[in-house]
Design a protein around this ligand. Structure first.
Ligand SMILES: NC(=O)c1ccc[n+]([C@@H]2O[C@H](COP(=O)([O-])OP(=O)(O)OC[C@H]3O[C@@H](n4cnc5c(N)ncnc54)[C@H](OP(=O)(O)O)[C@@H]3O)[C@@H](O)[C@H]2O)c1
Length: 302
C-alpha cells in the first residue's frame, strides 16, 4: 500500500487531501507540531521516521500581505523548507508533490502564462514561493510543483467567504476589476491531486512544474458578482444583495502588490497526465451548494 506523508493537514487544501486520502493509502497527515517547516531538523526527523513513498506538501506561509513585514519567516517556510523536504524525499526515494502559486509571475502578459514563462514575482510571498520551487529542482529528486491560484474552501479566510460575509453586512462593495485569475475550490484541487498521485510512476518520469487550477479565468469583480448570483440561485434566500462597484487595484492599496494577469494555461498537465479541473464557475456552484446549509439561512416561511 502506498505510504503518503501529508504536510499542512490543517490548511484549506490539506484538510481536503486528508479526507480524500484517508482510504486506500497509508497516510501520515502531519501538522506543525509533528513537522515544523521552520526547523530543518524537524523536517528531517519526520521524513526519516516515516520513510514515505510520496510526500505531499500543502503547508506554506500564505499570508500574502503579512509576508511583507515577516519576510524571514515567509522565506524559511516557503523558500528553505521545500528544499529540505526535497533533499529528504530524494534520500528515501519519495516523490515530492508541492504546491506553488501564480504569484511568481509579474502579471504583465496579455496571454495566460505557460510553465516556460520567466517568473518575476511582485511581492515577498511570490519571491519566497519561487525560491522554494528552485530549491526543490536543485535537490535533484522526483517532484511535481503544482502552481495553483485563488483557493477557497469552507475554512476562512478566503475571498468567497469574505464576500458572503461582507454582502450580509454592507449595502455596497467595491471590488477590484483588473486582477484576473482562476478561482479554485480546495476540494477540486485535492481531488485532481489524488488523480495525479495515482499516476506516481509517470510523475517520477515527468518531474517538473505544472500549472494546476480551475479551467477558465475571471476578474475579482466578476467572481464576486457570480458568488452573489449563484448563491441567490441555489439558496432561494436573501443572501445579501450588495451593490458591487468595480474599482482598480490602484484604488485599493495593500501592503503586497498583486499580479494583474494571473491567468495560467493548464494545457501541460492535461497533455502529460490527462488531468484537468472543472471550470471555475462549476466549482463555485458546487462549493456554494455544499456550504449553503452552513452559511446561508434557509428561506423563512411566509
Ligand atoms: N490560498 C490561496 O489562494 C493560494 C493561491 C495559490 C497557491 N497557494 C498555495 O497552495 C498551498 C495550500 O494553500 P492553502 O490555502 O491550503 O494554505 P492555508 O490554508 O493557509 O494553510 C497553510 C498550512 O500550512 C501550515 N503551516 C504554516 N506554517 C507552518 C510551519 N512553520 N510548519 C508546518 N506547517 C505550517 C498551516 O498550519 P497551521 O494551521 O498550524 O498554521 C496550514 O496547515 C500553499 O502552498 C499555498 O502557497 C494558495
Amino acid at each position: 500500500m502506498t505510504h503518503i506523508l501529508l504536510a499542512g493537514r490543517t490548511g484549506q487544501v490539506g484538510r481536503e487531501l486528508e479526507r480524500l486520502l484517508s482510504r486506500g493509502v497509508r497516510l501520515a497527515a502531519l501538522g506543525r507540531q509533528k513537522m515544523d517547516l521552520c526547523s530543518p531538523d524537524s523536517i528531517r526527523k519526520a521524513v526519516r521516521g516515516i520513510s514515505p513513498d510520496i510526500i505531499v506538501n500543502a503547508a506554506a506561509y500564505t499570508a500574502v500581505d503579512k509576508a511583507e513585514s515577516e519576510p524571514e519567516l515567509a522565506m524559511q517556510v516557503n523558500g528553505v523548507a521545500p528544499g529540505v523536504l526535497a533533499e529528504e524525499a530524494k534520500r528515501v526515494n519519495a516523490l515530492l508533490v508541492h504546491y506553488s502559486t501564480d504569484y511568481i509571475f509579474d502579471g504583465v502578459h496579455a496571454e495566460p502564462y505557460v510553465e516556460e514563462d520567466v517568473p518575476n514575482p511582485r511581492n515577498t510571498y511570490g519571491k519566497t514561493k519561487l525560491e522554494g520551487e528552485r530549491a526543490i529542482a536543485a535537490a535533484g529528486g522526483a517532484y511535481l510543483i503544482l502552481r495553483t491560484s485563488w483557493i477557497y474552501s469552507a475554512q476562512p479566510p478566503n475571498f468567497v467567504l469574505t464576500m458572503l460575509k461582507l454582502g450580509r453586512e454592507k449595502k455596497e462593495l467595491a471590488v477590484v476589476d483588473d486582477q484576473v485569475g482562476s478561482p479554485t475550490w480546495a476540494r477540486a484541487l485535492a481531488e485532481a491531486t489524488t488523480e495525479l498521485l495515482r499516476q506516481s510512476d509517470r510523475a517520477r518520469q515527468a518531474s517538473g512544474v505544472y500549472h494546476f487550477s480551475a479551467q477558465g479565468y475571471t476578474s475579482r469583480f466578476n467572481f464576486a458578482k457570480r458568488i452573489f448570483e449563484v448563491a441567490r440561485e441555489i439558496s432561494h434566500t436573501a443572501t445579501g444583495s450588495p451593490v458591487l462597484r468595480p474599482i482598480t487595484t490602484a484604488e485599493y492599496p495593500l501592503p503586497a502588490a498583486r499580479p494583474l494577469n494571473a491567468a495560467t494555461s493548464k494545457e501541460k498537465i492535461r497533455r502529460v497526465f490527462g488531468v484537468e479541473m472543472p471550470e471555475w464557475e462549476d466549482q463555485l456552484r458546487g462549493f456554494l451548494k455544499e456550504i449553503q446549509l452552513q452559511f446561508l439561512p434557509p428561506q423563512g416561511k411566509g
